[in-house]
Ligand binder design. Structure first.
Ligand code: SF4
Length: 338
């Protein structure tokens, strides 16, 4: 059954009852009774509608470290939810069962933004995470959740591919507390061939989030032979340092064979360590390894004293020594939302 449509934002009318979606850089031109590429936004008689407002397909209470956000309220929980859909197709997608199907093809259930926000406020869950699929394509629902959450003193974080137009991004930045972007690679080749996306708009998004002052962390899933070239990783680290600054954390995470990319082996740990070494050598202060539990690269180190500030084992905080946002040894400020 096709879910009930809800008014969509960020689109314009065209001739012949067509519309143009202005939510993501695809800018789909959609004829009457057709949908955009993401399959969750439909033209109904010249009016654009979202089919996934208030429709959840996955929800869990996760540690915030699982997003991963390492400099945002460490050791706390995030009520994490998704509606169906995505605007790109990564061949290694871990959540393809909900991201790559139309809403009527998968099970969904109702959750109004007020219900989600009230549930978190009542259970003292400090954060809601818009995650698992791609929150860009269920923008209206996510925005309404963030507004309802803010009214109740609950924060909202977004986990996204960053493939979004400037105006809806600005409106996100007004109501959310942190954003984690999956920075797939530093080449258009990888974005085009492995993700059906574009690098340029993602770079624009990263700069805009930084300029808006919203807490930002990056994840790069390192896929053997496809985006693990050392020169490319160095160029990416240089760009991050120059455009975003050295304090934006980056997590290099381990790939496991998945979805349409099952012919490759998991990322060797020494490849991830090389990526980390390169990023540190380029001056980035907070460089993490992901999907390698108990690796020292899970910890947060003070960029000045070198002391361990937050010790982790997987998603568990073993010890948090940050005091008042500072290193207890040298008083160095540690950026983040503590
Ligand atoms: S959000 Fe969906 S409909 Fe809109 S431009 Fe992007 S892919 Fe097309």
């Amino acid at each position: 059954m096709v879910p009930e449509p809800h008014e969509a934002k960020h689109w314009e009318k065209l001739a012949d009852n067509k519309v143009r979606c202005l939510l993501c850089p695809r800018r789909c031109e959609v004829a009457d009774r057709e949908r955009g590429t993401c399959g969750v936004r439909e033209n109904r008689g010249g009016e654009y509608r979202t089919l996934v407002w208030g429709r959840v397909c996955s929800e869990n209470i996760d540690p915030i470290e699982k997003k991963p956000l390492f400099h945002y309220r460490p050791g706390t929980d995030a009520y994490s939810l998704a509606a169906p859909g995505c605007n790109i197709e990564c061949l290694f997608c871990q959540n393809w069962e909900i991201s790559q199907f139309r809403p009527e093809q998968i099970e969904t259930w109702e959750r109004s933004p007020a219900d989600v926000a009230s549930l978190c406020a009542e259970r003292a869950i400090p954060t809601i995470a818009l995650t698992y699929s791609e929150p860009v394509v269920w923008w209206e629902y996510g925005r309404d959740i963030a507004v309802a959450a803010k009214e109740r003193g609950v924060g909202t974080v977004v986990v996204s591919n960053g493939y979004i137009e400037e105006q809806p991004l600005h409106e996100w930045c007004d109501v959310v507390s942190a954003i984690k972007i999956d920075f797939k690679a530093f080449t258009q080749r990888f974005y085009r061939d492995t993700c059906s996306g574009d690098l340029g708009p993602v770079l624009d998004t990263l700069g805009r989030i930084k300029d808006a002052g919203v807490w930002l962390e990056l994840v790069m899933l390192v896929v053997p032979t496809l985006n693990d070239d050392e020169a490319e990783v160095r160029a990416m680290a240089k760009w991050i340092n120059q455009r975003l600054g050295p304090d934006v954390p980056i997590h290099f995470t381990r790939f496991h064979p998945m979805y349409k990319l099952t012919n490759l082996e998991p990322t060797p740990v020494d490849t991830l360590e090389k990526c980390r070494d390169i990023a540190l050598a380029e001056g980035l202060h907070f460089v993490y390894l992901g999907n390698v539990p108990r690796h020292p690269g899970e910890n947060t180190y003070c960029p000045r004293s070198g002391e361990i500030l937050i010790e982790r084992a997987g998603y568990t905080i073993l010890e948090n020594r940050i005091v008042g946002g500072k290193c207890p040894c040298c008083d160095q400020s540690v950026p983040g939302v503590w």
